[in-house]
Design a protein around this ligand. Structure first.
Ligand SMILES: Nc1ncnc2c1ncn2[C@@H]1O[C@H](COP(=O)(O)OP(=O)(O)O)[C@@H](O)[C@H]1O
Ligand SMILES: [Mg+2]
Length: 316
């Protein structure tokens, strides 16, 4: 297969789900432009209902787009839907497995569906890679949630697609299994598979992905390298409760941009990469304040969306 510059590219992609019952039509994707470089480990980050699964399901041929263009591995999903589907493997958000198949049967069956010749099937190898060799002949219904998730990854990789999509793969997966899953995903990526991961956890995208796009209400609000994005999002809030009522912001804290949240409560928004907490505490000491209590708050996704969608002239 020739090597496209972008593993996935969508332009002006729009999806409106039709009205049904009392529910009106729903605009789930609103003119999304997105290009995912070949070989990347790409994170699509957004809160519930942002449109992540809709985008993925359009790429996988499971949902029909309303308008716009999409290619997978350079193949237009309208012009050659079969080949486009063959270039992508999707690990769905839901754990939908037939309980009466064993992992080995399921992978063989799926390989057959995709027309992978018997001699080229790597069932044993894939099962080994996802740590399911001991369960190869157990019924799916006997597998734990984490094992089912890994079986779905295996299923998505059966036809060796160059693009693997994982839709919120760690929902309900414990820490240990998440590690295993990430190890396997990184290995596939090292072998050249382009990975598209959706999540609503910033930390997850940050830990794993080299690029992150953020989607909110069906619109793309950011698309950058992880390092660049995280530095833009690098804000925390420190709240101090001090030992006495204050009339004006004390000088040293004021220089760090402190504001009042109450007579004894001071709030400082700061960038951890520029201002260590110790520096804020030193400023409080310089102001002669004793600290009774303190707490820090990470900016959450909603704050981040507000920051990213704020007009540039209002920034900082
Ligand atoms: N089949 C559907 N019919 C109607 N609305 C839908 C359907 N699937 C998703 N939606 C709506 O479209 C929006 C985007 O959903 P989805 O793509 O699943 O978001 P995400 O995966 O980011 O949580 C949500 O408001 C959701 O309720
Ligand atoms: Mg989803």
């Amino acid at each position: 297969m020739s090597q496209p510059e972008h593993a996935v590219a969508v332009s002006s992609l729009t999806k409106t789900y039709p009205a049904s019952g009392k529910r009106g039509p729903k605009l789930a994707l609103d003119g999304v432009d997105l290009a995912i470089p070949r070989g990347s480990l790409f994170g699509l980050l957004g809160p519930n209902g942002a449109g992540k699964s809709t985008l993925i399901n359009i790429l996988a041929g499971l949902v029909l787009k309303t308008s716009g263009h999409a290619t997978v591995w350079g193949i237009d999903i309208d012009k050659d839907p079969r080949r486009a589907r063959g270039a992508i493997g999707v690990v769905p958000q839901e754990l939908n497995l037939d309980p009466f198949f064993t992992p080995r049967q399921l992978l063989d069956l799926h390989g057959g569906l995709y027309g992978v010749p018997k001699a080229e099937r790597r069932t044993a190898e894939i099962l080994e890679a996802v740590g399911l060799t001991p369960q190869a002949d157990a019924y799916a219904r006997a597998l734990s949630g984490g094992m089912r998730r890994r079986l779905l990854v295996a299923k998505a990789m059966v036809h060796r697609p160059p693009v693997l999509v994982l839709d919120e793969p760690t929902a309900g997966v414990d820490v240990e299994l998440r590690r295993q899953l990430w190890t396997y995903v990184r290995r596939l990526n090292d072998e050249g598979v382009t990975i598209l991961l959706t999540t609503h956890y910033l930390e997850e995208a940050e830990e794993l992905c080299d690029r992150i796009a953020i989607i909110n209400h069906g619109r793309l609000v950011a698309n950058d390298t992880t390092a660049a994005l995280v530095s833009r999002l690098d804000t925390k809030m420190l709240e101090l409760t001090v030992d006495r009522d204050l009339q004006a912001p004390p000088a040293a804290l004021a220089r760090l941009g402190a504001t009042f949240a109450g007579p004894r409560r001071i709030v400082v928004h700061y960038r951890p990469s520029l201002t260590p907490v110790a520096q804020i505490l030193a400023a409080a000491a310089e102001d002669g304040l004793a600290i009774h209590d303190l707490s820090t708050v990470e900016s959450d996704l909603e704050d981040i969306f507000l920051q990213l969608t704020r007009k540039p002239d209002a920034a900082d």
